[in-house]
Design a protein around this ligand. Structure first.
Ligand code: ASP
Length: 352
């Protein structure tokens, strides 16, 4: 008899795991050991489900690198026993966690699917049931004996996304996520339709987890009128190793001398500056306009079409695991887990 597919659920917290207390009407986390009472449909699956729940489930606004480490270690120690993993997580910072795990879990050859919901599972109109049921189905899906998905993804409202390509874009709609710069990996309708050409394929080596993350980074989001005080306060943050410069459009910024001088002196101190666009979609193209030409000469690295969430996670990962400035810069310029489209690939796919 073929071995039954096994999926491990990891419950970290968030709205999905909440039920309404009958007496007080307040939302509280439900006991995960009684998951099938809340979703009896799960009993119909021919999948062996196991669950690990955080002792104290958290709202994902309290997510931190320490918790990412805890999740990565749970996956590592259960890796050989399960065919796939579903992480239940608040949607607010889900894109950050998915990005971080994508970097921390190198050579991942099994699905790690994050999901959550906008309405608690104990509420009649919840979106949580469908999200969880389909996430489990994706985590168990195999083709010719191999997992269909071999990367960290987010499943939300009938769509499967590459985790490090997503943004949370809506605090109200069930359709809360987008992957503006990378195709959807699967759509759930009557059938689960996978976009096989878009799925990530890792190196066929043993899973390696990286446990060192360096959070000495900052985000400097530009706006017309930003003052030298604000810019200098961020660039002079104690122990700062890298800054994400959230620029306008295709990576543009002010050409005022005080601003470029501030960036220059930060770069001279060894602070890495990464250019990420404030736009929801599209890519940084340093040098396309005069307003970004100066950045190139300062040594600012183009983040191409990376999301801010992926940029935060990648910087923490790269700073935590690579020693020399040369090596750190090299890693930031390549796509490690499918998190960015390099210029060469961007134009390859277009027909003129
Ligand atoms: N505040 C919640 C969280 O991110 C929202 C959600 O679960 O979607 O934990």
């Amino acid at each position: 008899m073929p071995k039954q597919t096994s999926v491990l659920l990891i419950y970290t917290g968030g709205t999905i795991g909440m039920i309404q207390d009958i007496k007080t009407g307040q939302l509280r986390p439900f006991d995960f050991a009684h998951l099938t009472e809340q979703i009896p449909e799960l009993k119909k699956f021919d999948i062996r489900l196991s669950a690990i729940s955080f002792d104290k489930p958290i709202d994902s606004s309290d997510m931190s690198p320490d918790v990412w480490l805890k999740i990565a270690k749970i996956i590592e120690s259960n890796y050989s026993r399960h065919d796939g993993f579903v992480i239940l997580h608040g949607s607010d910072t889900m894109a950050f966690t998915a990005s971080a795990l994508s970097f921390m879990l190198q050579n991942l050859q099994k699905p790690v699917i994050l999901t959550g919901s906008q309405l608690p599972i104990g509420i009649i109109r919840t979106d949580g049931k469908e999200n969880l049921i389909t996430a489990i189905e994706i985590a168990a899906a195999k083709h010719k004996g191999k997992p269909v998905v071999q990367e960290v993804c987010i499943y939300f409202e009938y769509r499967l996304y590459r985790g490090n390509r997503t943004h949370k874009v809506n605090a109200e709609h069930f359709n809360a996520f987008q992957s503006p710069n990378y195709p959807v990996l699967a759509e759930a309708g009557v059938h689960l339709n996978y976009n096989s050409a878009a799925l990530f394929r890792p190196a066929k080596s043993k899973l390696k987890i990286f446990t060192s993350l360096n959070a000495d980074i900052a985000i400097l989001k530009l706006f017309p009128g930003i003052t030298p005080n604000a810019v200098n306060a961020i660039l002079n943050t104690k122990a700062l190793k890298a800054v994400i410069l959230e620029t306008f459009g295709a990576g543009n910024c002010s050409t005022q001398a005080w601003f470029l001088d501030a960036l220059k002196s930060a770069a001279k101190k060894g602070i890495l500056i990464l250019n990420i666009t404030q736009c929801n979609a599209g890519s940084v193209e340093q040098g396309k306009y005069e307003t970004s030409a100066g950045l190139e000469s300062i040594g600012v690295i183009s983040g191409a079409d990376m999301t801010t969430e992926a940029a935060v996670a990648k910087l923490m990962f790269v700073l935590g695991n690579f020693k020399t400035a040369k090596e750190i810069r090299k890693q930031m310029k390549v796509s490690l887990r499918g998190e960015m489209t390099l210029a060469a690939d961007r134009f390859k796919s277009k027909e003129f």
